[in-house]
Structures are given as C-alpha cells and as structure tokens.
Design a protein around this ligand. Structure first.
Ligand SMILES: [Zn+2]
Length: 446
C-alpha cells in the first residue's frame, strides 16, 4: 500500500510542505512546496486538517503503575518514602491486574501520538514471571513498537533492599529469564516491532554482581542497558555514605559506562560526569512530570546536548507522573526547561526533538526512527487543531506544544493506522476503564 499524506496543515520536516509518501512501511518521498509525488500509484490521504509529527518515542515508563495513580498512600512524598509506600501495594500485582494496566498505558500512549514505547518492568511477585511476555503480546495486539526492558531487583530487605522480598528474584533466575527473553523476542533488524533491553531497577536495588553480569549479558547478546540513575539528591548522598563514590562512578565500576546504556532521569550530575557520559555514548531520558511531582530536581538537558549527549523523553511510571501522555510530556519538558534556561535556549522544537530524535538515540534507533525523512520508518502522529484550545493559533507545530495538544487524531506505525479518528480500532475503551478501575481498587483493598 502506497499512500500520499497530502497537503498537511503543518509538518515537522523540511521540504515536505505538500506532504509525504509512505510505502512498504517506510517514508519513501517528501513532497516539496509546489511539487507532486514522483512515486507512482499512491492513494491519497487528505491531511489538510492535520499537523504531522514523527511518532513520539517514550523511553521510560512502568506500565503497571497506572494502577496506582493518585494513590492516597503515596501523595506528597519524595522518591524513597514514595517507593516505600507503594511497594507493598505493587507486591499484590496479578497477571489480570497487569494486563489491564498494560492495555491502559499503551492506549493512553498511542492516543497521545506515541508510536514506540519502552517499559521498565521490575516487579515479579509469584505468578507474574511472564510479565514481559504479556507486555510484548499486548504491544502486538495494539500495533505499537515496544522495547521491553527486563527489569530486576535482587536485594533482599535484610541486605538493604527497599521492596518486600516477595517481589525480588535471585540472580540466576533473572539472568536466565533475561537470556530467554532476548532469544525469544529481540529483533535486531531495522523496522523491528519488538526489542528487549536489560534493566536492573536501580543500582541500589540490585547487587553489584547482578549489575556486572547484566552488562556482560547485554554485550554478548547485543542488547541495550537501562536503569534509573541520579534521580534524587538522596541517592547521591547514599552512594557517598555507603561506598564513598558518586552514582556514576559506581555505574562505571559495574561496566555500564558504554554506548549501549541509557539512563532514566539523570538529574544529579556535574559537568565532569556529563563529559564522561558523553564520551562513552551514554544517553539520558528526561522525565519532567515525574521529576516535578516527586520534587526530584531538573535534568541538565542543555549541558548534556552541548556535550553532544542525546537527551530523550519519557513519561515515567504513572504513579509518579500519574499520566502516560507523551504530548503532554513534551509540553512539560518545554515549560520546565524554558523556565530553567530561558527563552533563547529552549524552544518548542527542542522539546519535540527530545521526544523524537533524542528518544530514538536512547534506544539506539536513530537511523530509522524519530525523524520524517526518506528511508525512515513510517511512524507518524497526526494532530488536528479543531479543539477550542487551538482556536486562533497560527503556527501549527508551535500550537501543539504551546496550546497543550494531548490527543492525536491519527497515528501510524510502520505504515499501519493504529489510531483512527481519535480512537483505537478494536478497543472497547469504556470496558477497559471499568476493568482497570476495578483492578486498581482491588489492588488497594487487599
Ligand atoms: Zn522510573
């Protein structure tokens, strides 16, 4: 199927004023002002109501946390007490609860213009050993690209771990399952719909031995590495008190300072550390909503980009952010970083770049995702400006960020429409919300 998305109201690409041609799941032609497609036989999709963006890429999330949004026990807390309040609740996760959480998170992401998402799942109570398999199956049903990051925690409470012992696994189990998931699902080819990455929850929730073994397994199998790092000042103080070093020093000690690593949050770094990460090829995912709600601090995105370090964007878990909306995250990143750096250093285009090109770099897929250009995957988010919030707006791309776009009208992944007319084909949204609400209540009631 070859389609010309004709005459968009706006598009985030140079030389595509008359739209783009999509064929075989990829972008095959940009049609400039005054031009016509040279690709033969293209059907026409009239994009006259639409502002076209590269599909947004979410590079940090915990789907299961959609079940603990606005959870009373966790309100108004910073990271460590917030985690301590929520872990006993998360320990009650069941496959059915997780399934509703994953479906909600993916639906919310798709409807916000997200075409590729990661998920960092690290809670494995008995009965939930197949959590990653479930997520990958759910992504297949929705048609969203996924990088399932196999999370892990192996530090028991008596050894200083935060979560209940019932949700942690031992090192051998974690490594064997990680290897199984890579062999079963990881597709290294361009256009892959499913990839696997390895993701200990954080260096303070796993042993050094597991950190090192995970890095070695990733190197041997060619997958990427992900973890939380330098999220709070408490964390930096903990490393200094416990090990006499900074979080990044410890990461380096574990063999993680490599080009296959991307870190969530990355707030509490100094200039020397940013330079060290940049030289190693480490990327950071900025999570502005989560960071503001947990009062964790603000990621130094401009210093990082100045050092040629890619910065991506992630919604983070829906317990901290409380939403899974990538377009709202773009606006949050824009507002937070503009207030930090000023109007001459951060524009709406920077925030959009973090959510697209920057995020694609985080997951090692900058050559095929995150830009509207010939040869790239046909992953696109189309927004209309027909809502009251856009009335009177002139620059269509700026309007999406400045006026607060939150819902895509159409979303395409690999040339297939996965959102049409603001809805997900085949998904009964009212039934999903009922089921998910019931699961959240049940999780808190036990
Ligand atoms: Zn997180």
């Amino acid at each position: 199927m070859t389609v010309w998305l004709r005459d968009p109201l706006g598009i985030l690409a140079e030389g595509a004023e008359r739209g783009i041609v999509v064929s075989g799941g990829r972008i095959v032609e940009l049609v400039p002002r005054g031009g016509e497609p040279v690709t033969p036989g293209a059907a026409v999709f009239d994009a006259g109501r639409h502002v076209v963006l590269p599909g947004l890429i979410n590079t940090h999330h915990h789907f299961y946390q959609t079940l603990t949004r606005a959870s009373p026990a966790a309100l108004d807390r910073t990271l460590f007490p917030w985690l301590q309040a929520l872990y006993p609740i998360w320990a009650r996760l069941t496959p059915d609860f997780l399934d509703s959480a994953v479906t909600v998170a993916m639906a919310e992401l798709l409807l916000s213009g997200c075409t590729t998402t990661t998920d960092h799942h690290y809670v494995f109570p008995a009965g939930l050993e197949d959590a990653i398999d479930m997520e990958i199956a759910a992504a297949g049903r929705r048609g969203i690209r996924v990088v399932a990051t196999r999370g892990s925690m192996n530090l028991l409470q008596r050894d200083g771990g935060l979560p209940p012992d019932s949700v942690v696994q031992d090192e051998d189990t974690i490594l064997a399952d990680s290897e199984r998931l890579i062999a079963q699902y990881h597709d290294a080819d361009p256009g892959a719909m499913v990839q696997v990455a390895l993701a200990p929850c954080s260096p303070f929730s796993v042993t050094g031995s597991l950190m090192k073994a995970t890095a070695a397994l990733a190197a041997r199998t060619g997958v990427r590495l992900h973890t939380h790092l330098a999220e709070t000042a408490d964390e930096a103080a903990f490393w200094l008190a416990s090990f006499g070093c900074r979080p990044l020093d410890y990461l380096q000690h574990c063999g993680w300072l490599t080009g296959r690593t991307w870190l969530a949050h990355g707030i509490h770094f100094d200039a020397e550390e940013i330079g060290r990460m940049a030289r190693a090829g480490v990327c950071v995912t900025h999570c502005p909503c989560s960071n503001q709600i947990l009062a964790s601090g603000t990621c130094l995105v401009c210093e990082m980009e100045q050092a040629r370090m890619p910065v991506g964007l992630g919604v983070d878990g829906s317990a901290s952010n409380n939403a899974s909306n990538m377009m709202q995250e773009v606006r949050a990143a824009f507002l937070l970083q503009r207030s930090r750096y000023g109007a001459d250093r951060v524009s709406h285009l920077d925030a959009l770049r973090w959510a697209t090109e920057g995020s694609a770099a985080c997951i090692g897929r900058g050559a095929e995702l995150g830009r509207i250009a010939v040869g790239m995957q046909a992953d696109l988010a189309l927004f209309d400006l027909d809502e009251l919030r856009f009335s009177g707006a002139l620059d269509p791309v700026a309007a999406l960020v400045l006026c607060g776009a939150h819902r895509a009208d159409r979303v395409m992944v690999g040339g297939h429409w996965v959102v049409e007319d603001g809805a997900i084909p085949g998904l009964d949204m009212a039934a999903l919300i009922r089921r998910h609400n019931a699961a959240a209540k049940a999780l808190h009631a036990e």
